[in-house]
Design a protein around this ligand. Sequence first.
Ligand code: ADP
Ligand code: ZN
Length: 302
Amino acid sequence: MAPIYGAIETGGTKCICMVASSPAHIFAEVTIPTETPAKTTTEIAEFFHRCENWEGQKIERVGLASFGPLDLNPKSKTYGHILITPKIDWQGWDLLGEMERNLNLPVVLDTDVNGAALGEYLWGAAQGLKNFIYLTIGTGIGGGGMIESHLLHGLVHPEMGHILIPHDRLKDPFPGVCPFHGDCFEGLASGPAMESRWRTPAFLLPEEHSAWDLEAQYIAWGLHNLICSLSPERVILGGGVMQQTFLFDKIRKRVNESLAGYVNSYMILDNIEEYIVPPALGNRAGVLGALGLAITGTANVI
Ligand code: ADP
Ligand code: ZN
């Protein structure tokens, strides 16, 4: 029998937990609201204890793809902890340690966006690619991905949502919502930034509203920087705001305008519909990526 694994995606509002041996063989799944860390961890552990012996088979390992920022440096004293976050209850929480103790299983941890990137690499839009990025544009903007088939890590982990992009305050006087930087990429273009600037939730803004041209321009400038820095072979855009699928063509057009023919690849010049794409796994990328972390057994070397 194929080994079975656990997968957890912890998000700002909910956590998805799963027991599976592959995306085609999912045995149990539950969604748990994200509340205090102790309560949420207990509920997650209860689910896995109920599934502990799935038809006589034990869970080998659990993959955990989590919101952050996270300390992912194995040499650090606070390895596996959640760092400074507006979610005050979770700040400093020993996410990895508490999960391993409560589940009594080995846990492989990475960011939610690296999880989604791994899911897309194994089963989705990044199959066969060695270099790509996965960017989510939702409550925040976050990015993960791979360089030469290794998930992106580093000093802490990339914070692609906090890069600086052009901001013409005459055309857009909105100061931005990032508590740290004001008008960084996330401060200008996240879902809450749209809601605050236009005083309407993003999903209620009609397609003809000028909000979407501005949004596409900011995302295109963000991508300009990331494409020039990392040279990804594909850019996958997920998250709530990208549910507005008409945004893709607006972004593609502006990325081409902004790069102005300088990044000389047919993927950008002639094939941009296949270069900037939605996640093939849709909103399942994160939890399936967590399953991928459990199956591969490491977030560091693939
Ligand atoms: P999270 O980032 O918390 O994991 P999401 O990726 O769903 O969750 O992002 C939530 C943000 O995306 C909210 O700011 C919301 O306004 C926005 N959003 C969610 N659904 C849509 C939609 N269909 N169209 C535009 N914006 C959306
Ligand atoms: Zn910022």
